[in-house]
Design a protein. Structure first.
Length: 288
């Protein structure tokens, strides 16, 4: 019996594109997203979407509303005008997640979940699994998986400190496949992988060779490191027809994780809509 897995990348506000695409997929089928998949794996903003689908049962336009300008303005505020420390305080982000998830725990997941974070002390990926750590508050896991370095402070859960899951893997497709094979070793695995767009802007090597830490930060080194495409290349090679990737380059969109201008958010939403036009029918056929 075939098992269907949904894997969702990180990417900050660009998760609006992922949510827009998944919203259209949800509206086009007779089943809720939480019923269309046997496992959902998410990193960072993708982890938030995964939690919203599986725990809150959000569907259609309600899934997109997570990325309303009002919500994003709250999450990415207030700015912390300090040379040392994260760009944003984590308090308001945590409060926003509390408003959404309230007292829900991972055990409320309607579809089994894996949400990734990076364990600072052990220096390795941490997988929060709904069937193993169901007692953990969903709001705390959401805060941990989205604690992007330099943007937000690290988050503590049960005495352990975590950063954004994208530190170790922004695209969790290989984790999704490995864990699904561990759960269902004798079953066929099909993975729908949804990205957040990738930046093709060229960096000038002659200038970059003279850059120091501040210049690299200004150039978006954190995003560069988190946006490796190697997972997709490997998955495409290994899984063939059992793998479908929804993603494209960013055109007319700021690649930064925190650009909440109306113009940028409108462009991101249009990107998600363009994915539906391009990948919609393939995606429906893939999971049916």
């Amino acid at each position: 019996m075939t098992k269907y897995v949904l894997s969702i990348d990180g990417g900050g506000v660009r998760g609006l594109a992922s949510a827009t695409f998944l919203s259209e997929l949800d509206k086009s089928t007779n089943k809720k997203l939480s019923e269309s998949f046997d496992l959902i794996v998410g990193t960072s903003t993708g982890g938030i979407i995964a939690l919203a689908i599986s725990i809150l049962g959000l569907e259609g336009d309600d899934l997109v509303k997570i990325y309303s300008k009002e919500n994003l303005k709250k999450i990415f505020s207030p700015l912390r005008y300090r040379f040392l420390g994260s760009k944003y305080a984590g308090k308001i982000k945590r409060k926003t997640f509390e408003e959404y998830f309230k007292a829900e725990t991972l055990s409320s997941a309607k579809t089994p979940l894996i949400i990734t974070a990076f364990d600072l002390e052990r220096r390795r990926v941490k997988m929060f699994k709904s069937w193993k750590e169901g007692y953990l508050p969903a709001r705390r896991v959401a805060a941990a998986t989205s604690a992007a370095p330099t943007y937000f402070p690290a988050e503590s859960i049960e005495g352990q400190w975590y950063l954004d899951g994208a530190v170790s893997t922004n695209n969790p497709v290989l984790i999704a496949h490995a864990e699904s094979k561990a759960l269902w070793p004798n079953e066929e695995i099909k993975i729908l992988s949804v990205g957040t767009g990738y930046n093709e802007r060229r960096l000038d090597g002659r200038k970059a060779r003279k850059w120091g830490s501040i210049s690299w930060l200004n150039a978006g080194i954190i995003q560069i490191l988190m946006e490796s495409n190697i997972e997709h290349v490997i998955a495409q090679s290994l899984f063939n027809d059992n793998y479908l990737r929804v993603d494209s380059s960013l055109v007319g969109i700021k690649s930064s994780f925190d650009n909440t201008s109306k113009r940028n958010l409108d462009s991101i939403k249009k990107l998600g809509e363009s994915w539906w036009e391009r990948f919609g029918e393939k995606s429906k056929e893939f999971i049916l």
